[in-house]
Ligand binder design. Structure first.
Ligand code: NAD
Length: 430
């Protein structure tokens, strides 16, 4: 399919180009209004700044930061802040577009945004982390707020970063504003179940996929007899691996930035989590063999969960993949070409905007609880999360049947149906 791009500013990354290609494919399949498509292909606004930080040794280092609002048609922007050495404005713009699609897909009154700082988080001390996120918050302060744009953690950031962001914003306006971020610690208005929500959601949709595939086809899969591999062992990957393990699925391999670990009889995931907690990496985990990230993708497992970064399943490794189900914990882990190839081989792909939507769904619950100052039990949070995810899964599966397309295109169609209706109702200013 030919790709028509507009910018040269935010459309330079493969992730953005893939996102536009996927969107164009969905638009063609559903017969989307061309004007709506044109508007969705570009972010609404994109902001870049330099962030000077006094380092521990007294020197000043300058980092590059971004915040992008892709769409605020359905409500305030929503999306994480990424600390990664290779982050670019274009990557952040693509991730903001995915957030727009995700929030629309699961029916939230939120738009799509994303932020990032080009930094290797492992090279910063805790005070340097704090200085960096506080100064970044001040640089983007005009863009964020509970009614404007609500950041959350992403790769390389966590609840502590959100606490510092909330404090910086609150100090600048003179009163506590917990609703300016989600993914906060519990003591300052976080939600129970938020840290686990994305990984849990990744596994809920695997359960729905197995149930649906068993109804449709002759083969019978049972999660407690399946094997799995999980790429990335951070906030999403370790919870997804543990939720699979808790359901009796054998997780044969997990990996992080430094490579992977493998045990043909299944890893003891709680023990791996303990090791990670103590040492901060999977390196030197004693009770498994070492494998590379590439070897992990090629393992003969039933379920593959990419839960690290984008662009890891491409035309270079797609032919080595043997999994029957791929649940995209990460945002944009697969190129369009790899997705089309794998779907043509019968692999059932649960796309990112559906599979990892649990995080933004519980972020929305956190925001709602904070606005009402009324907090729910973890059971309530998990039940509501499961309900929203099941509804979204069924709508996507329904569109996949209706339009005779894969789940990725169907998920985008489902998002765009709602979003385009809202855009047409609101009209174009002036
Ligand atoms: P994280 O920083 O907690 O974990 C990232 C993991 O990926 C770490 O284990 C890291 O070592 C590994 N990693 C990084 N670069 C790698 C590489 N080149 N090869 C292999 N492993 C690598 O981040 P996270 O919050 O778990 O996010 C992971 C993915 O999930 C991202 O794509 C993020 O956008 C997406 N996501 C996160 C959430 C959330 O709630 N945290 C929600 C939706 C989507």
């Amino acid at each position: 399919m030919s790709l028509s791009l507009n910018s040269g500013l935010w459309d330079t990354s493969p992730l953005f180009q893939n996102a536009v290609m996927d969107l164009e494919m969905a638009a063609k399949t559903m017969g989307l209004d061309h004007n709506v498509l044109e508007r969705l292909k570009s972010p609404k606004r994109a902001f870049c700044c330099s962030i000077p930080v006094r380092m521990d040794d007294g020197s000043v280092k300058v980092f590059e930061g971004y915040r992008v609002h892709h769409s605020i048609t359905l409500g305030p922007g929503k999306g994480g802040i990424r600390f990664h050495p290779e982050v670019t404005l274009s990557e952040v713009s693509a991730l903001a577009m995915l957030m727009t699609m995700k929030c629309s897909l699961v029916g939230l009154p939120l738009g799509g945004a994303k932020g990032g700082i080009r930094v290797d988080p492992s090279q910063l001390s805790r005070p340097e982390h704090q200085a960096l996120i506080r100064r970044y918050t001040m640089e983007i302060i005009g863009m964020i707020g509970p009614d404007k744009d609500i950041p959350a953690p992403d790769v390389g950031t966590d609840s502590q970063h959100m606490a510092w962001m909330m404090d910086t914003y609150s100090t600048s306006v003179g009163h506590a504003v917990p609703g300016v971020v989600t993914g906060k610690p519990m003591d300052i208005g976080g939600s129970l179940g938020r840290p686990e929500s994305t990984g849990r959601g990744v596994v809920y949709v695997i359960e729905h996929a197995i149930e649906m595939l068993n109804k449709k086809g002759p083969g019978k899969l049972a999660l407690n007899k399946c094997t799995a591999a999980v790429h990335g062992f951070g906030k999403v990957g370790n919870v997804a691996a543990n939720e699979l393990h808790l359901r009796g699925c054998k997780v044969l391999a997990v990996s992080d930035f430094y490579g992977g670990i493998y045990n043909k009889d299944g890893l003891d995931i709680p023990d791996v989590m303990d090791h990670m907690q103590k040492f901060g990496s999977l390196e030197k985990y004693p009770k498994a063999d070492r494998i590379s990230n590439e070897q992990l993708f090629a393992l003969p497992v039933d379920i593959l969960v990419p839960a690290a970064i984008d662009g890891v399943i491409t035309n270079k490794n797609m032919k080595s993949i043997k999994a029957k189900i791929i649940s995209e914990g990460a945002n944009g882990p697969m190129t369009s070409e790899a997705q089309q190839y794998l779907e043509s081989q019968g692999v059932f792909i649960i796309p990112d905007i559906l599979a990892n939507a649990g995080g933004v769904i519980v972020s929305y619950f956190e925001w709602v609880q904070g606005l009402q100052n009324f907090f729910w039990s973890e059971k309530e949070v998990n039940e509501k999360l499961a309900e929203v995810m099941l509804k979204a899964f069924n709508r996507v599966a329904g569109n996949s049947d209706k339009f005779k397309c894969g789940m990725k295109t169907a998920a985008l169609i489902t998002s765009v149906e709602r979003l385009s209706q809202a855009m047409l109702l609101r009209g174009l200013f002036p």
